[in-house]
Design a protein around this ligand. Structure first.
Ligand code: ATP
Length: 233
């Protein structure tokens, strides 16, 4: 379990997070929702070690984690997948992280192949990422992070740039990853998209959590900044 305790974060004098406290249970699929500028991206970036822990604590199994510990434990998929694609082919992009951690070559080839297949990217392995569709890019970015086997996977609005069919595929990928034991946290404006995959929701309002609980309970309340799924209107 990851325990986030009193996390406060400032950009200069802008307070982006204000004493955020919650727990992420292992195996869960958590949604983070809230208006623009409510702090969702900032929270995810701290949790994956991209931004420093300025105030507060993050604990894992009762041990306090450093920013560096979080980089190993947690993977992050950016809102725009192009921000994290580094390979000149799909295959190279997936191998990049494994090369960085010094994985032995034969093992690396096997891991890359397994990941290409499980994300349905095998046929595209020699393609230049620049030629992929938005959905394929999102899958590639997710694959390149999950090949490193993070315990927790955080994704910033993974379906916001995708059409309905690509969104469905990404959602299925995330569901499969979650079923395989990876704990997932997704920030989204599209609650409807994740209604049947997620079991817990956190609502951020001006950097503070003002709701945490089951989605069913969340939908019984009225949060004007969150569009209610059609089936609940
Ligand atoms: N690099 C930055 N420098 C200064 N202020 C920033 C920076 N990044 C975010 N902020 C500010 O921090 C606050 C929280 O922003 P954040 O991007 O975390 O919100 P968000 O909920 O992810 O928004 P969105 O849904 O629009 O992506 C906002 O007031 C934002 O303007």
């Amino acid at each position: 379990m990851l325990e986030i305790i009193d996390l406060t974060f400032y950009y200069g004098n802008i307070k982006a997070l204000d004493r955020v406290t919650f727990k992420i249970k292992d195996g869960s699929f958590v949604l983070i929702v809230g208006a623009n500028a409510s702090g969702k991206t900032t929270l995810l970036k701290i949790l994956c070690g991209l931004l420093p822990i300025q105030k507060g604590k993050i604990m894992f199994d009762k041990k306090e984690l450093s920013q560096n510990d979080l980089r190993y434990l947690c993977g992050y998929v950016f809102h725009n997948p192009l921000n994290q694609i580094v390979g000149t082919t799909v295959e190279e992009d997936i191998a990049f992280g494994l090369e960085n951690i010094g994985m032995e070559r034969n093992r690396m080839i096997k891991e890359v192949e397994k990941t290409l297949k499980s994300f349905g990217l095998y046929e595209l392995k020699e393609k230049d990422p620049a030629t992929l569709s938005a959905g394929q890019l999102q899958k590639l970015a997710t694959a390149s992070v999950t090949v490193l086997k993070p315990k927790y996977l955080f994704l910033d609005e993974p379906t916001s740039m995708l059409d309905e069919q690509d969104s469905k595929q990404i959602k299925q990928c995330l569901k499969d990853l979650n079923d395989s034991g990876i704990t997932i946290l997704v920030s989204t404006h599209d609650l409807e998209q994740f209604l049947d995959t997620s079991n817990w929701i956190i609502h951020l309002n001006n950097g503070k959590i003002d709701f945490e609980g089951e989605i069913k309970e969340f939908l019984e309340k009225d949060f004007p900044d969150v569009e209610r799924p059609g089936c609940f209107n």
